[in-house]
Design a protein. Structure first.
Length: 312
């Protein structure tokens, strides 16, 4: 019992970090799912949009004096940088859709997926040309401040404020997203196109425009994930690898399912952090992909997905 009492604060600490990473994976996975539901393809450049979002945030980051953070501390124009990043990601999503998807929209989905792979390669190389090969350091709303609280007298849990902020920000974003899709005309149009493009167009919905907006929104989600991740890690081309974890989250939760993307992200993030702490950080990625293989073998439709018989 003493051992469990000693370990519980550490486990809670790791779980909070895992859930924070899971939120980031979930946001990127949502982008995968929205594009899949709209046009039936997997955007293999979705992870690289995270990288672009991180670089745009670092480029638009302007340090300002923030006395409320403490003497000698510096905050950032976080909200301005976030807004500029979102605007930039809208442009990235719109242009990508116009170049990569629109000319090939009548082609086989495999052809379009190959074009998204080409986009992924282009974005990586463009980032090298635009920002160089060295990682870029940036800060967040809270810098590197830590949040501490007592866990029922068993010990103190210490986590980054950034982790707590990621959890709260993601929750608020999901509430706003839910209201947008259920209460606005544009949101309902996006849902209609995702359900049936032909029926939506027959009802007068501008399907090509809605598809372009869907690409833009998926890009925004990836960009926001990049903004949330940038203060924790250095911004570099390696950020694009987040796409693999998010893709795993989509499959675990059920590809095309919104709730599944979020739950899958939280599971993948928690498994990754706990395996790094209690197994080895060397094998944390391997363990995540073992979970992916297990789901593909035992439950390929994921936790919330439906069985579909067909081929891509």
């Amino acid at each position: 019992m003493d051992f469990l009492a000693e370990q519980l604060p550490i486990v809670v600490q790791q779980l909070i970090a895992g859930l924070a990473y899971g939120c980031i994976y979930g946001l990127v996975a949502l982008g995968y799912n929205f594009i899949w539901n709209a046009v039936g393809i997997v955007n293999l450049a979705q992870g690289d949009f995270v990288m672009v979002g991180g670089y745009l945030y670092a480029a638009s980051f302007v340090p300002v004096v923030a006395s409320w953070l403490g003497p000698g501390s510096a905050g950032s124009s976080f909200w301005t940088a976030l807004l500029l990043t979102a605007v930039g990601m809208v442009l990235v999503g719109m242009v990508s859709q116009r170049i990569v998807y629109y000319p090939l929209r009548a082609s086989h989905p495999r052809t379009i997926m190959i074009s998204t792979m080409a986009l992924s390669i282009f974005l990586k190389n463009f980032a090298i040309v635009a920002w160089g090969t060295y990682p870029v350091a940036t800060s967040g709303l809270f810098g590197q401040k830590w949040f501490r609280f007592d866990l029922f007298g068993l010990g103190t849990v210490t986590v980054l404020y950034q982790y707590v902020f990621i959890l709260v920000f993601t929750a608020i974003l999901l509430v706003v997203q839910s209201a947008f899709f259920s209460r606005t005309r544009l949101g309902r149009s996006m849902r209609a196109v995702a359900q049936d493009q032909l029926a939506a167009s027959l009802m007068g919905i501008n399907t090509p425009l809605i598809i372009a907006i869907t690409f833009a929104y998926a890009s925004i989600l990836a960009g926001v994930a990049g903004v949330l991740l940038a203060p924790i890690f250095l911004v570099s081309q390696a950020m694009g690898s987040i796409g693999l974890k998010a893709y795993t989250a989509s499959i675990v939760g059920g590809f095309g399912n919104v709730i599944g993307a979020l739950v899958g992200g939280l599971l993948v993030g928690s498994i990754e952090v706990l395996s790094a702490s209690y197994v080895s950080s060397v094998y944390k990625d391997a363990i995540v992909f073992v979970v992916l293989i297990a789901f593909l073998l035992l439950r390929p439709q994921g936790l919330f997905g439906k069985k579909v018989i067909g081929s891509l």
